[in-house]
Each structure stands twice: as C-alpha cells, then as structure tokens.
Design a protein around this ligand. Structure first.
Ligand SMILES: *Cc1c(COP(=O)(O)O)cnc(C)c1O
Length: 434
C-alpha cells in the first residue's frame, strides 16, 4: 500500500482516467477492455518506477492500438499478385464500399416491395449468371474447398468419385484434395497413373457405384514430358456427371493465362458443375463458387450441408461488387506491362539508391505456376527485408539470391511515398543509406 508522501499515490486512478474525454473517445472506438489494458499497463510501469506518475496518462494514450483489428496492413512488394500469407486478393474500392453498406441492416433475405422473404444473395447469383452464359444456375459458399465438398457430397456420398491419379493434389498447408473428398463419405476411385490417364481408364471405372467424375485443375504444379489427360468434353460423353474444380475462378478465358481453365469454357465442354475460389484470379472476397446445370446446383442448394457452408452478407456484397464493378486489383496488377512499371521503379531506385533489376512477378495463390509477370525490382541488401517487414508500415519484399527485391507491381501508386520512406528508414538503420 502506498503511504503518504509516496510518489505512487500520484498515479491517476483507472476510473478517473477512463472518464476523461481522450480516453472516452478511445473507448467509443476500441471498446473499454483495450483502453483499460493500456491504462493498467502504464500504471504498473509507474509503480515499478519506470515512468513518473504524471506521465501515466500520456503513456497509456500512446500505447492505445491505432486500429480496431490486430491485423496490420502490409505493402505487397513481392510481385506475387495473389499472396496467400497476406490475404490473397485485395478488394476493389467498389467491393469495399459494398462491405460498408452490408455491415448494417440490409435486405439480404427480404423483398422490400412485398415484405416477403426473398432468395438470399440474388444479386450475386444474377451477376455470376450474366458473366458465365452457359451456367443455368449458381451457388456461393464459404470457399473453394467448401464448394468441392458440397458438390461431391451431394452427388456421390456413399458412392464413388472417379479421379485421375495425376490430379491428386495438395493445395497448401498440408491440405490434400483426396483427403477432403474422402471426408465427405464418398469413396475415391483413382484411375490412370501420375503422368498419363486415358478415356478408357475412366470408362473401365464407371459402374453402378459411380456418383460422379471429378476433374481437378492441378493449379500449383505442372507435369511435363510424357503426359496425357482426358478432356472434359470426352469425359462428358461417358454418361456420368462431371464436376470440374478449376481452382482459380477465371470466369472466361484470359489470353495471358492460356493454361488456366475458365468456367465458361469448362461448362461449354460439358461439365455438369464447375467449382472455384472467389479470392484468387476472380479478385474478390474469400468464397466458393459453384456454376452449372440447374438440377445439379439445386441438389447442392437443398443439401443440409449447404446451410453449414453458407456465406455471410459481407461476402455476398463484396463478391457482387467485384463481379459488376470495375476491374478488380488482381486483374489490373496481373496485366501491368514492364513499361507501366518503369517510371515508378526508376523514381524509387533514384530516391533510395538501389540497383534496378529485371523481376519476374507471379500470379500466385497456386495459379498459373509457369507464368512469369515480367517487370522490374529495386535490389537492396538482403538484411533490409526483415526491417521492412517489421517496420511501420509493414512491407513484404522478395528475398532472392541474397538480395532484397522490391517489386512495385502490387503496390498501389498511392503507397509509393510511404514505401520509399520505409526503405529509407530501413537503410538508415542498417547503415546502408546514401
Ligand atoms: C485453391 C484451390 C482449392 C481451394 O480453394 P479455397 O478457396 O482455398 O478453399 C481447391 N481446388 C483447387 C484446384 C485450387 O486451386
């Protein structure tokens, strides 16, 4: 207990501080728990004699989080457009605006004209159907994996899913699609070999137990050499529904990505259902998209599991805005040509004194592994990378062959000055400035 004359008696009390205007404003923004935690921490430091009692107020205010989330924005200087560890696709301003609207009460399941309950997510479903003409119906679930689980469950639970051995892929972080499918209660019937699978392999496997054929796009790797696979158009002739997991979410063909399947072409070739992610090449929020023939989509929609995989109103709103609004950032960044990046890169190199090198960006997110997005990078000493990552703002660069490469492909132009200042600060720390 502090005694009279003890400087610790001068430490302002928690309830007094919490009632002051500066802290009250912080409570409105951050909630009482985080504000109280900052105050208590400053008081403890004063009790320990680390700071004088009269500076408790200032220390507590300075320690308050500046953001409402512990997630920190990151400047993506890697040149990898869809970077899984930093949240895949950044949303377009239109999608962000939609998120803000959807954050309140919205008519997500209500027809305001009649006052009756309405179909959830009709806006996004209409947008998908206009973007993918051969699709008769669409469904949106939580992510690409959920779309695949729902499709195989609805079409083949307790029965067989026929898949080529060349398509038994792991999608990252130890998740393997065969395990995912087995978890639905469907039995995997593997056909062919790693490098070659023929139409007859599928034909021989089909029988009364067959629920569906599954064609998985092996997004993150390529098998080269003596290979052969079977086209969807041929599989579609075998009289069993074909599910095609295209992975990336391209709705139509993109000449820049000739090896990436798209939903429109895949359905035209005869797939009954296409499943894809919303936050890879489509450039929207995390979501899983199912497109295809109406009776099959309806089976998925009515399956009890569909309710457990349902997306929230935020996702519906952001996905709709991505589909109907301007070109999403991932598409714009993917299509940037070296000459589009020259001016900004030269300016940055001049300001920070780095060397300009040619840089091959990547699509990322497991998509188009063979495609190099040519551009430039500013090369810096490799130890700068860690300082940039730990700095404010946090900057993620690419470390390659002992150098820290800063690629502007995925950096919004508005962040150019902040990036330059972050690099200058890091170089000063390492003594490499000048
Ligand atoms: C990424 C991917 C998935 C998983 O999609 P998520 O949206 O990450 O759940 C499934 N299949 C393929 C082929 C993929 O590329």
């Amino acid at each position: 207990m502090p005694v009279a004359g003890d400087p610790r008696r001068a430490i302002p009390r928690t309830d007094v501080l919490m009632d002051e205007p500066g802290f009250r404003a912080a409570i409105d923004r951050l909630g009482p728990a985080r504000v109280k935690a900052a105050i208590v921490q400053a008081q403890q430091r004063a009790r320990a004699g680390e700071i004088p009692p009269e500076s408790v107020r200032g220390h507590a205010l300075a320690a308050l989080p500046t953001r409402a989330t512990s997630l920190r924005p990151v400047i993506n200087a890697t040149g990898v457009v869809i970077h899984t560890n930093i949240g895949r696709a950044p949303l377009s301003p239109a999608a962000v605006e939609a998120l803000v609207i959807a954050a309140g009460y919205v008519d997500v399941e209500l027809d305001l004209a009649s006052g009756q309950r309405s179909r959830r997510g009709r806006g996004v479903l209409d947008a998908l159907l206009s973007a993918v003409v051969p699709a008769e119906a669409a469904l949106v679930v939580n992510n690409g994996a959920a779309a695949l689980v729902l499709a195989t469950t609805a079409l083949a639970a307790g029965r067989e899913v026929v898949v080529s051995r060349g398509e038994m892929v792991e999608i990252g972080d130890g998740f393997r699609l065969p395990d995912l499918i087995a978890s639905t209660g469907a039995r995997l019937r593997e056909v062919g070999t790693t490098n070659r699978t023929h139409l007859d392999d599928y034909r021989a496997a089909i029988g009364p137990e067959t629920g569906c054929l599954l064609k998985i796009h092996p997004s993150n790797f390529r098998i080269e050499g003596f290979t052969s696979g079977v086209e969807i158009a041929q599989l579609a002739g075998l009289g069993v529904p074909v599910i095609a997991d295209i992975g990336s979410g391209l709705l139509g063909p993109d000449p820049a990505l000739p090896d990436e399947p798209d939903a429109t072409t895949t359905l035209r070739q005869g797939a009954a259902l296409v499943t894809a992610s919303g936050d890879k090449l489509l450039g929207g929020p995390q979501a899983g998209i199912v497109l295809g023939a109406a009776p099959f989509v309806e089976r998925l929609r009515r399956h009890p599991l569909a309710r457990a995989l349902r997306v929230d109103k935020l996702t519906l709103a952001a996905l709709e805005a991505t589909l109907t609004g301007p070109e999403p950032p991932v598409t714009r960044m993917r299509h940037l040509r070296p000459e589009d990046l020259r001016g900004r890169t030269w300016k940055l190199a001049e300001a920070v004194g780095g060397e300009i090198v040619e840089s091959a960006g990547r699509v990322g997110g497991g998509g188009a592994p063979g495609v190099a997005l040519s551009g430039y990078a500013v090369a810096l000493p490799s130890r700068v990378a860690e300082l940039l990552r730990r700095g404010e703002p946090a900057v993620l660069a690419r470390v390659d062959a002992g150098r820290c490469l800063v690629d502007l492909r995925c950096v919004p132009t508005a962040d150019d000055d902040a990036l330059r200042d972050a690099i200058l600060a890091a170089l000063t720390t390492t003594g490499d400035a000048g």
